[in-house]
Design a protein around this ligand. Sequence first.
Ligand code: 3PG
Ligand code: CO
Length: 550
Amino acid sequence: MLQKFPAFAGVQGPVVVIVMDGYGIPRHEVGSAIDAARKPTLDRLFAQYPNIVLRAHGTAVGMPSDDDMGNSEVGHNAIGAGQVYAQGAALVANAIAEGAIWQGEAWQQIVAGAKTGANGKAGVLHFIGLFSDGNVHSHIDHLKAMVLRAKEEGVPTVRIHALLDGRDVPETSALDYVVPFEAFLKDISTAGFDARIASGGGRQTITMDRYDANWPMVARGWRTHVLGEGPQFASATDAVHGLREKHPGTIDQDLPEFIVAEDGRPIGTIEDGDAVVFYNFRGDRAIEITRAFVEEHFTAFDRVRHPRTTYAGMLQYDGDLQLPKRFLVAPPAIKDTSSEWFSKSGLAQFACSETQKFGHVTYFWNGNRSNKFDGETWQEVPSDVVPFEQRPWMKAAEITDAMIAALQSGRFKVLRCNYANGDMVGHTGNFRAATMAIEAVDLALARLLPAIDAAGGVALITADHGNADEMFELDKKTRQPAQNKDGSYKAKTAHTLNPVPLILYDNVSGGKLGLKPLETAGLSNIAATVANLLGLHKHDKWDDSLLEVK
Ligand code: 3PG
Ligand code: CO
């Protein structure tokens, strides 16, 4: 149990943490959907309630450097755990730099599996993953290191299945990665070593679904990578050109699938005796395709055939489900999360979001674990399966309904929710829709906050990282929104490096409570702040509370 906090006995009612996904503090008015939005509730909160800024990117959330933007995995891990761990991006980079990855049993089994193959024939080593340097789900340098090592260790054939990004990197940057990589592969291929890109497609079209939102996307990826079904091209570079010609205006993440073929035959289907590495380190969008490879009895879609492969994930994606069993680098061992300790302190907790962010407030929040702690109730609101610029309001109203019902039930002492709008619509690059997304969140807050008042509670309103705050690409040198020659701006789909707000919505303490504006304050300080609002001491491992008791 957490100890009592001597300075404050705790609020009578519940403590609510509201995550406005993708809501950073804008640095420029130009390109900020947040500035452009009409948001009277948020304006009032910023004007009348204690609020500070939190660091939500780079080393403050366990990324390798401060040039790395934040993302929902590391953000929700930090909020939920109250601690900062070296995250997948850093762990993999270190394991490669130090060579530890190659000594691991998993890598050795992958190499041995590919070399042994099946039916007296060597197998192929396949790498499937997000093909960019976004460092949110993957990094192309990790792929490069593994291909080189595979060659060194005598694997004869390597095939790469490249998921085009344009969501964590500029929206039409695919060729910046594909062209040099195909040149690199050509360069290192010799008589005894053949490495090529074999298939691919936009990450929002195939393979990288999450939270069971859209299994047909994963089925389409399976048919592409494993069965080799799809439009054929001579190379991945040709494919990107060809698909762009056929689908003008389609940004990388939404491009359809492609197959690289020779004489009408795909060059890299996945067969019995092959080895497969899914090289994303982040779990949410890796779990479904991993299940398709490793589960014996699998019913989510018809696999047509299920090749017997040696399969490894870059990391283990779910500690509770042990998925997958074989992984190249051990994931961060996230322990003593706030959910665990609030549970051990006998507090009933409620978590809610829509499908797209449901795992963020449950699985990521609880340290990449899919099981609940005692006393936790989780509610998922099914997301629409549409491009979100078509429905920028998403399920903000329904999440609010669920939160209000949970508050009115009187059953819960600690509640949390995530409004996905600023992020999911921000990722489309559609400025107008992102403005509406922020307005939808504002409207939701206008309904939710009175229900918190009625329950005698308080709220911490924050975000996991920025996105809608910067909808235009910045010039690399000036860090100002970059203008095209015709004066227009280039749409930006990725997250930002901006800090996020932390607002204390408190109508119960009579002005006794405030927030400390520490320069180092970050997302990992929220858990201890919640504990103090509950009248509890933080866990020893958690970063300091930001609560000021006057
Ligand atoms: C995604 O997976 O949609 C993006 O790569 C990152 O977005 P998130 O970190 O907000 O989920
Ligand atoms: Co995002």
